[in-house]
Each structure stands twice: as structure tokens, then as C-alpha cells.
Design a protein around this ligand. Structure first.
Ligand SMILES: [Fe+2]
Length: 340
């Protein structure tokens, strides 16, 4: 399609109108080499009124143009990239976000998450939210079950929600959800009638929580779209290691979105969306004690896995200070590289 073809879909009764911004008041050399294109664009972007936006645009152009030059991108490769990105956009629906998936598999989502949620003082680290959180989880009593019978191998989850000083946080709300033995979340079943493998709990006075769940199962991210093709072209699998999602919040504390990753999964080091962090890897204890399994409420008794893990929250103030420190260090190191 030629660039001008867009006009054919418009009502051409009125003359085309510019956006009203006049040509720049400063001189721009006419390009006689590729470098002039980059230099001129950087000068034009220099007019961006919002300073943060200006900074982001300039850095993006610098890196994007450097990538094109360094890779000596061919016209065919450029067109393939345009077609790929077009397909990524076209694959998005109100229920499917292929663009976020692209960000995920390129590690960008995890990087933004890590930069925006630095931790200190032994606080629990963040992990990606993922697309399977729902608002309709049922409230679970201490020791209750988030999974219906037959969804997977028994697992008991217990711990406390604490401050960085080790003080218990009572009444913290924990949302938790996981994939079943088929590698599906409840929302992926067409005949879903109620929430399953998900629940909402409140910590007790001593900050403790405990609930019955199942050992989560590893699962693939959607492989039938352009991101699936991208991963195959890179020789990469499309699996997420098994994990238990947890979200914890309490008044005055920074909301934590995280996941715990059992260490026994083959995909743990190559999580296709880079959600795993070393501090979030957990060991599941094997408990072969029928009486104990029944005492904890597992209907068939036998054995179960035990996941013990405390959750440590930052106060809003601690979170703000930590983030300011990290952003300050990043900007300082950027300015230093610029000066050198
Ligand atoms: Fe997940």
C-alpha cells in the first residue's frame, strides 16, 4: 500500500489540514548522510515541552537509530518487523493482550517491574501480575482450601506477613491464585461457574496465614500468535515454571504483587517472561504423614507438600524512599555516562 492510499478512505471534501505547529525556528541541515537524519530528529524532539517525555524520546531515538545502523538492517528485515508488529496489534482483543506478551518475552515487563519496585531490609520482592488475576476470589478461613478436590497434588501454604522489623501485620489481605494440574487457570475453562484455585485470606493477630492449595503446574503462554512464532524463531520454549501467585496489602504498607516458585521445576531458570527472582524460589517440603494430612483438612489424607514462607512488606514511606534512591542512582549513572 502506498503511503498516500490512506487518503482514499477519507472524506476528501475538505482540504487536508496540518496540526498547526509551524516549521522550527532553528536551521536544520538538509540530509546528505544517514547521520543527519538522526541529528535532525534529535533537534526536532528537543522541542518537546514535557522534560521527562523529551528525555525518553531522545534516548529512544538514539538507541533505535543506533540499532538500525549497527545491524545494517535490510529493507526486507525492516518490512518483516513492520508486518510482525502489525500482526501483534491485530492479535489483540479485549481478552487477549499480545502486545504485553511481546513486552514479557523480551524481558521488558520484568525489567520495568524490577526498577519500579526495589526492595530493602529483607522485604519480599515483586513478580509479574500476569493475566489471570480476578476480583471474584472467595474468602477463605484460616486452614481453608482454595482448590476443589482433584485439582492437583495437595500442598499446604503457611507463613506470616511481617514488617521489615519482623513485627506481625494483622488483618493483611492476601489474594492467591494458581494453575491446576492441567496447566490452566480457572478462567481458561469455558464452563467456569465459580472461582477455583484462587482465594482471599486475612492474616491473624500474629500475622499468620495458612491454607490448603495444590502444587501449581507449569504452563505455556499462548503459542498460537505472533509471539509464539517469535519464540520458535529464537529456539525458545514458551513455558512459565510452576508458581503460586500472591498479592498482599495492608493499610500503610506498599501493595506487594509476587509469586513463589518451587525449586524443582525444569523451566525455573528460563521462565519465558522472566518473572522468577532468586529470592522467590522456595523448597517444598514432602510430608508423608496421613494423620497430619487429615488434621490439616486434606480429605484423602496421605501425603502433602508444605510451602513455608513469610511475606515482608515495606511501608509506603520505605517504598517511596527506596524507589527515590534507585531512580536517583540510575539518573546519576546516566548523566555520568553522558559526560564521559
Ligand atoms: Fe501465573
Amino acid at each position: 500500500m502506498a503511503h498516500g492510499d490512506f487518503d482514499k478512505t477519507q472524506d476528501n471534501a475538505q482540504p487536508a489540514v496540518s496540526n498547526g505547529i509551524p516549521p522550527p525556528s532553528f536551521p536544520l541541515p538538509l540530509p546528505d548522510s544517514p547521520d543527519i537524519i538522526t541529528a535532525n530528529l534529535l533537534l526536532l524532539i528537543g522541542q518537546t515541552p514535557n522534560p521527562r517525555l523529551k528525555f525518553i524520546y531522545q534516548l529512544l531515538v538514539k538507541h533505535l537509530h543506533a540499532f538500525v545502523k549497527e545491524s545494517n538492517l535490510s529493507t526486507d528485515e525492516w518490512m518483516a518487523a513492520i508486518q510482525f508488529l502489525t500482526l501483534v496489534g491485530q492479535t489483540c482483543t479485549p481478552l487477549r493482550q499480545e502486545m504485553i506478551l511481546l513486552s514479557d518475552v523480551l524481558g521488558v515487563s520484568a525489567l520495568v517491574d524490577a526498577l519500579n519496585n526495589p526492595v530493602m531490609g529483607g522485604a519480599t520482592e515483586n513478580s509479574v501480575l500476569g493475566p489471570f488475576f480476578t476480583e471474584d476470589a472467595e474468602d477463605i478461613e484460616h486452614g481453608g482450601s482454595i482448590a476443589s478436590e482433584g485439582k492437583g497434588e495437595y500442598m499446604y501454604v503457611e507463613g506470616r506477613v511481617l514488617t521489615t522489623e519482623g513485627e506481625p501485620i494483622a488483618g493483611a489481605v492476601i489474594e492467591t491464585w494458581e494453575a491446576d494440574d492441567n496447566g490452566y487457570y480457572d478462567t481458561q475453562y469455558a464452563d467456569r461457574t465459580h472461582p477455583d484455585c484462587r482465594g482471599r485470606l486475612h492474616t491473624a493477630k500474629d500475622g499468620s496465614f495458612g491454607y490448603r492449595a495444590i502444587v501449581p503446574h507449569a504452563y505455556p503462554i499462548p503459542g498460537d500468535g505472533p509471539i509464539g512464532g517469535l519464540l520458535i524463531s529464537q529456539g525458545r520454549h514458551n513455558m512459565r515454571p510452576n508458581h503460586l501467585h500472591m498479592m498482599a496489602e495492608a493499610p500503610g504498607y506498599h501493595k506487594l504483587i509476587t509469586s513463589l516458585y518451587p525449586d524443582s521445576c525444569d523451566y525455573i531458570a528460563s521462565d519465558t517472561v522472566f518473572g522468577v527472582k532468586k529470592s522467590l524460589v522456595v523448597k517444598l517440603e514432602q510430608v508423608d504423614d496421613d494423620a497430619e494430612a487429615r488434621k490439616r483438612g486434606f480429605p484423602k489424607g496421605g501425603s502433602f507438600k508444605l510451602l513455608k514462607r513469610d511475606i515482608v512488606l515495606l511501608t509506603e514511606e520505605q517504598s517511596r524512599l527506596t524507589r527515590r534512591q534507585v531512580v536517583g542512582e540510575l539518573e546519576a549513572s546516566y548523566l555520568q555516562t553522558k559526560d564521559n
